[in-house]
Design a protein around this ligand. Structure first.
Ligand code: GLV
Length: 339
């Protein structure tokens, strides 16, 4: 009998999803959520053929040093800035992610944050819970900014950005976007969105949503200079990655009334939130849960499993993982060479 592959799952997953992996491989799944140090990660990955990892697991050349067993890393997320794809490709390790299945859920959540920030839901809820709604409330208390009829700006117009844009028609909004590549005319029409340069986007948006992948080149793509172009009545939402936004500059803009409100789901140093942001009532904060609906998290887990099994040449899609990031590795394997 041939030896079974071994797969490590770095964080607890749905038991029935894990059971599906265990039909094909020897499974080592973490039972509790934990942060793995680089050394722990290195050791765990050294002893397995495949792994399902989360965004907190950073895999780079040093994690892979001396590892000649690992064949597949399946990221439990669509974004993969935690993975050094070049290093994985050099090491002949296939990397996969979970695109598409979370588009609509994450777009829903962008709207949840936008509406909550614009209409001050977070602060109002804290006020009610604290028992402060005692007597009559002033007519001009808790005034927020309107969403309907305003201009929605989207920075980054991939599939999630497009899903955010499509929802805006229900709010009767004008939609502007900026993206390195323009959408096709038919897609712009479907999203009812118009491409503008970045400065125009910043100047004209009443509500700006960041939906672009993080890369070193777009670190702090929104910093003090960009915030200075925005309207003082504007609302900024970040559902992408914390590193896109200079949090200290954002806190200063909010504190000084140069921006009305913000909704943040992601942070530069997760799980640490910049203390200046914590001190501001006009920021709605959530713990990186854009894709966290029951259905979508399950679909992501299933896709991550399909990726790892297929990447190991197992299961119904053997050799054809649904979401490879560096398919060069697969091509090289077929040719029996290094990528
Ligand atoms: C979440 O942030 C993801 O990239 O899936």
């Amino acid at each position: 009998m041939s030896k079974r592959f071994k797969v490590w799952v770095s964080r607890p997953l749905f038991p029935d999803v894990l059971a599906r992996i265990a039909q094909f491989v020897d499974l080592d799944a973490e039972a509790v959520e934990r942060v793995h140090s680089p050394e722990m990660l290195r050791q765990r990955l050294a002893g397995v053929d495949g792994a399902i990892v989360g965004l907190a697991d950073r895999v780079d050349a040093s994690t892979l040093a001396g590892n000649d067993r690992l064949k597949v890393i399946s990221n439990l997320a669509v974004g993969y800035n935690n993975l050094d794809i070049e290093a994985l490709t050099r090491a002949g390790v296939l990397a996969c992610n979970t695109p598409e299945v979370l588009n609509e859920t994450t777009a829903d959540y962008a709207w949840a944050l936008l509406l909550a920030a614009a209409r001050r839901v977070g602060a109002a809820e804290r006020w009610v819970r604290a028992g402060q709604w005692r007597g009559a409330m002033r007519f001009d208390d808790w005034l927020g900014v309107d969403v309907h009829g305003k201009t929605l700006g989207i920075l980054g117009m991939g599939r999630i950005g497009q899903a955010v844009a499509r929802r805006a028609s229900g709010f009767d909004m004008r939609v502007l976007y900026h993206n390195r590549n323009r959408l096709s005319e038919s897609m712009e029409c479907e999203c009812a969105a118009r491409w503008v340069d970045k400065a125009t986007l910043l100047r004209e948006s009443d509500h700006l949503v960041l939906v672009l992948p993080y890369a070193r080149e777009n670190h702090h793509i929104i910093g003090a200079a960009e915030l200075a172009l925005m309207k003082p009545s504007a609302v900024l939402v970040n559902i992408a990655r914390g590193g896109l936004l200079d949090e200290a500059a954002l806190a200063a803009a909010l504190r000084e009334g140069r921006l009305a409100a913000a909704g943040l789901d992601v942070y530069e140093e997760e799980p640490v939130v910049h203390p200046d942001l914590l001190a501001l009532e006009q920021v709605v904060l959530s713990p990186h849960l854009g894709s966290a609906s029951a259905d979508t998290r399950r679909n992501m887990a299933e896709l991550a499993v399909d990726n790892v099994l297929a990447g190991l040449g197992l299961g119904p899609e053997a050799g054809r993982p649904p979401a490879p990031i560096n398919p060069r590795v697969l091509a090289a394997r077929r040719l029996g060479s290094k990528a």
